[in-house]
Ligand binder design. Sequence first.
Ligand code: F0G
Length: 481
Amino acid sequence: MSKIRLQNGEELPLEMHKVKIVQKLELKSVDQRLRAIEEAGNNTFLLKNRDVFLDMLTDSGVNAMSNLQQAAMLTADDCYAGSESFYRLEAELKKVFKKKYFLPAHQGRACEHLLSRVLVKEGDIIPMNYHFTTTKAHIRLRGGDILEIPVDEALKPESDCLFKGNIDIVKLKKAFEEFGKRIPFVRLEAGTNLIGGQPISIQNIKETHALCKKYGVPLMLDTSLLQDNLYFMKMREESCKDKAIIDICNEVAANVDIIYFSARKFGCAKGGGMCLDDDRIFEQLRELVPLFEGFLTYGGMSDKEMEAIAVGIREVSDFDVISQGPQFIKYMVEELRKEGVPVVTPPGGLGCHVDAKAFLSHLKDEDFQAASLSSALYIVSGIRGMERGTMAEERNPDGTECYAAIELLRLALPRRVFTMSQIKYAIDRITWLYKNRELVGGLRWKEEPRILRFFFGKLEPVDDWQKKLAEKFKKDFPYGF
Ligand code: F0G
């Protein structure tokens, strides 16, 4: 991605790719959208994609593939055992991570499942910069718990801290002193998802690694969002600014012991895997892969996907490729800020994150601000975002509601998918909603699942605010779109 300046001084991220295949989209009317979100229980996961105009739910498995990825899929060596596609993927991973072993799995959470089975036992504590939903769920299923110790700036939606994804080294040291043998490993997440795709610095990874070594525990890195994080290391960290992306990637990997990833993000295809050097951990994981995922040379992935991931991972070394997402996100964040819309800053990776608590400051925690905002934005735009707040939490062990530290509406920008005019449309409708925010009311539980509530839980409006919002929209946009 190149950044260019127009004659009027405007800075524009410029796509360094062209569109070769397109999918038709439909923009339903506001009345149709109102019905659709009611049926979905105000949970954007439960919307049908046919009712969605711009799908900003996630960047998972929906990134645009390159022509070279598509071409590689045709070369897939389809077989149960010993596929060339596997060895090509393994070779590519060796180049970027330089670890002795690669074990495949069908997606990121499958890696978390297997790693938790091998490494987590009852009473264990896993310190981390921040959790991801499936990570926490798998650790808890094993009877362990997580200890989130990000730097203080991490949870401030607006900040000028360039590495909000860093772990607090002083708190980590204290955790080692307090919990000792109950800590089986430390987990870091590159491009920390739930706090707004915020990066971790290479310096912080190195310091964490040194501490882990001192206490004799492995350091695990979730590299699902490493692509964006590598961009930020190069742009924001002095020691990285003159280095090639592949060298930064190698340096990251050299400072961690266990790597796992969702290839639905890292590699822009669908799959996952784990890379490590430790013989003992490898042997234990190796027993589980065929049991839960598939044979060791596919792990639940299709050979075609393995080919696409291999090329996708190679393309991570291309600065034009990895800068597209962060630059589009930066544009969206900055334009929204100009209009006074509260957004997470600095702009991170993955997507644009709207601070729902500040946006809907007239609502209370129990109104599920982020869910209300995601429902309202869908009604007024057909854009599907994702609630990243209290719905994504689990209740406390005593049954009380666990209110999220930050309530975000995540508007993911899957890589190379949206055009600038679509981004401008999104900015326009979010801004309209902000001006009319007093019309947005709260939601309450209608159907509440026990775990991973955000996937299939249903909410209902506390009154008829959604109808009033739709009426105001129709008044301002009489053609109904
Ligand atoms: N780790 C991180 C940092 C993730 O963002 C995800 C998925 C996973 C692990 C799990 O990987 O989906 O392949 O099983 N994040 C998706 C999202 C679901 O929408 O943010 P998976």
